[in-house]
Design a protein around this ligand. Structure first.
Ligand SMILES: NC(=O)c1ccc[n+]([C@@H]2O[C@H](COP(=O)([O-])OP(=O)(O)OC[C@H]3O[C@@H](n4cnc5c(N)ncnc54)[C@H](OP(=O)(O)O)[C@@H]3O)[C@@H](O)[C@H]2O)c1
Length: 282
């Protein structure tokens, strides 16, 4: 059986990817930082008929000891051979940059960037020894262009893409592929789970609250079914000749297309007009 480790499997894309891959016959190690949150995955697996293909392990991507334990358990479950890892775990924090506490800036980078690197480092010896492996990173259209009120999230996804594109050079010679999946807006828990910062007394407060409202409206109007992303991740893992970049959602394809082609000032004007930001100039 082909084997895969997925991070952040308690909800959203991670949960759906576990179920999708299990239904396609993969042996899936579904990892999550808090096993008390496994209920929704267990319920989805029970109705999928593929629960026998899944093991659940604890793995917090920001905790070195948890990564070491999670990788050891994964390799035991998989009989020492792992075909792929899906780096899906991710967090966000919204607000004007000046209002976001330093601890939050670090939490986002620790999860979306350092966490991906740490888990990859723990798995590379196995992938190298096998002379095979796929490292799939769930990035975002946020890696294509800056977004208002989203600076640290964009920074984390830009960082992880630069790292991934560079890592591909190192590891290709060992038969290891590094692949990005870059979703546009999808309706998952991330929007509610992410803290937003617009403290009273902040000069940005009115602007930030407007940006949050317009952002929510954008997701409500344009957000799509996250199952599309789970299927894309599974397709990328299974493809004979996968592309390095894999945008998902019409808006992610558009953002991908204009990246580097449209001057930044035009892009900013377009986004400001789309969100109506001129109405809340401070
Ligand atoms: N939704 C979108 O529109 C969208 C678009 C582009 C990219 N993405 C990316 O897609 C990925 C999945 O997000 P989602 O939308 O499915 O949101 P989600 O439902 O909130 O899922 C995020 C998952 O990451 C887990 N997680 C957070 N910190 C972790 C840590 N330190 N260690 C291990 N797991 C951790 C969460 O676990 P807990 O349950 O314990 O919190 C949760 O399972 C993220 O990388 C996100 O940046 C999302």
């Amino acid at each position: 059986m082909r084997t895969v480790l997925v991070t952040g499997s308690s909800s959203g894309f991670g949960l759906l990817t576990v179920v999708e891959l299990a239904k396609r016959g993969w042996r899936v190690v579904a990892s999550m930082r808090n096993l008390d949150r496994r209920g929704p995955l267990d319920a989805a697996l029970a109705s999928s008929g593929a629960a026998q293909n899944v093991d659940v392990v604890q793995l917090d991507v920001t905790d070195a000891a948890s990564i070491a334990r999670g990788v050891e358990e994964t390799l035991t479950i998989c009989g020492g051979f792992l075909d792929a890892v899906v780096h899906n775990a991710g967090v966000a924090a919204g607000g004007a940059f000046e209002d976001i506490p330093d601890a939050e800036l670090r939490r986002v980078m620790e999860t979306n960037f350092f966490g991906v690197m740490a888990l990859t480092k723990a798995l590379l010896p196995t992938f190298r020894k096998q002379r095979a492996g796929r490292i799939v990173v769930v990035s975002s259209e946020a890696a294509f262009a800056g977004m208002p009120g989203n600076s640290i999230y964009c920074a984390s996804k830009w960082a992880v893409e630069g790292w991934a594109e560079s890592l591909a050079y190192d590891v290709e010679q060992f038969g290891i592929k590094v692949l990005l999946v870059e979703p546009g807006p999808y309706v998952t828990d991330i929007w509610q789970a992410s803290p937003r910062f617009a403290p009273s007394g902040s000069v940005y407060r009115r602007w930030s609250e407007f940006v949050f409202r317009q952002g929510d409206l954008h997701v409500a109007q344009k957000g799509r079914d996250p199952q599309e992303v789970a299927e894309k991740i599974a397709n990328v893992i299974e493809a004979a000749r996968p592309s390095f970049r894999n945008p998902v959602h019409r808006l992610a394809h558009m953002a991908h297309f204009v990246r580097g082609k449209m001057p930044s000032a035009w892009l900013r004007k377009f986004v400001e007009t789309y969100l109506g930001l001129s109405r809340v100039r401070l």
